[in-house]
Design a protein around this ligand. Structure first.
Ligand code: UDP
Ligand code: MG
Length: 316
């Protein structure tokens, strides 16, 4: 059996050889054949050169270099498209995903699981960060029909049929956590402790990126926000009609007393705000349709260790 280990790499020149060593050491005892598919996601440092060298030293190391930075989601997709294995492990380059778990993942895969997910416990995370993540997952899960668990990331093993299923999902806005949950298949979970990033700085997730990611999570999976817009619109309109009726009755009974300046201003501002908000929501969906309708490829390959095209292309 061939196992592919897919690693998206963006400016990871310092960790790659350590990573490759550790992955080789972790897979050796399991007796399966190994290939490591390293995807350079438009790095601005010497990552590509390191990849060329690693690949020249060991034929089991293959690499793909994308033409620019397409983002981790696209880099992972490129890796999945190039991977040839009967099972594929996706992991980060920075060794925050401990390679020693691969053996356990393989064992669970042999027992018939198509997805083996590594779940990170949050020991040692900043309290605020933990709280933010917990709240986020609670929110997303209440809105989206697939279940996404806290601490579950992209570190996982996928069987060949799960990989093929993922490659069939050709959407441009890729929200992996949702896609992994969407394809289903028997799934097992392994817990592991939080590891510090190897070399380099801490997480590159800024608050703004997290917020955008959150909006992506909700928007790319269903139209609940549009539904919400309809309900809020209904409630506000009903309130406005009720209030107008009350004003008319009051004017008939008491005559016109105070000119409704405040009411007017409140209504204009409130409704204006609501309309802008939901226009934004609708615009977000229209924007997504716009991007999907262009049917652009998810990534472009500038160079790779094999001189053939990916075996499986994401379906458009
Ligand atoms: N990565 C990538 N493209 C990007 C950003 C990140 O391929 O545009 C890779 C990066 O090299 C690493 C993984 O995605 O292997 C996770 O990145 P990072 O450690 O910055 O994120 P975090 O661990 O905070 O989620
Ligand atoms: Mg990391």
């Amino acid at each position: 059996m061939l196992l592919s280990v897919v690693v998206p790499c963006h400016n990871e020149e310092h960790v790659l050889s350590e990573l490759v060593d550790r992955v080789r050491a972790a897979v050796e005892p399991t007796g399966v054949d190994l290939e490591i598919v390293l995807v350079d996601d438009g790095s601005s440092d010497r990552t590509v050169e390191v990849l060329r060298q690693l690949s020249a030293e060991d034929r089991r190391v293959r690499y793909v270099s994308l033409s620019r930075n397409f983002g981790k989601e696209s880099a992972m997709l490129a890796g999945l498209a190039y991977a040839l294995g009967a099972a594929v492990v996706i992991m980060d380059a920075d060794l925050q995903h401990p390679p020693r778990l691969i053996a356990d993942m393989l064992e669970l895969h042999r027992q018939g699981h198509d997805q083996v997910v590594a779940r990170r416990t949050r020991d040692g995370d900043a309290f605020g960060r933990t709280l933010l993540s917990r709240t986020y997952y609670r929110l997303v899960n209440s809105l989206v029909e697939v279940r996404i668990e806290d601490g579950v990331g992209d570190f996982r093993l996928l069987s060949r049929r799960a990989v093929d299923a993922l490659l069939q999902l050709g959407e441009y806005n890729r929200f992996s956590k949702g896609l992994f949950a969407w394809i289903g298949f028997p799934t097992a979970t392994i817990d592991y402790r939080n590891e510090a990033r190897y070399g380099g700085d801490a997480s590159r997730w800024t608050l703004r990126r997290l917020l955008n990611y959150g909006i992506d999570g909700v928007m790319s999976f269903n139209n609940a926000p549009l539904r919400l817009a309809i309900y809020v619109g209904l409630v506000v309109t009903a309130l406005a009609f009720g209030y107008t009726a009350f004003l008319v009755v009051a004017a008939i009974v008491d005559g016109v007393t105070v000119p409704g300046y405040i009411t007017l201003v409140a209504a204009v501002i409130g409704l204006g705000g609501l309309q802008l908000l939901f226009l934004g929501v609708i615009g977000e969906y229209v924007g997504r349709i716009y991007y999907e309708s262009k049917q652009r490829p998810h990534f472009l390959v500038a160079e790779s260790s094999d001189n053939h095209e990916p075996t499986v292309r994401p379906r458009r």
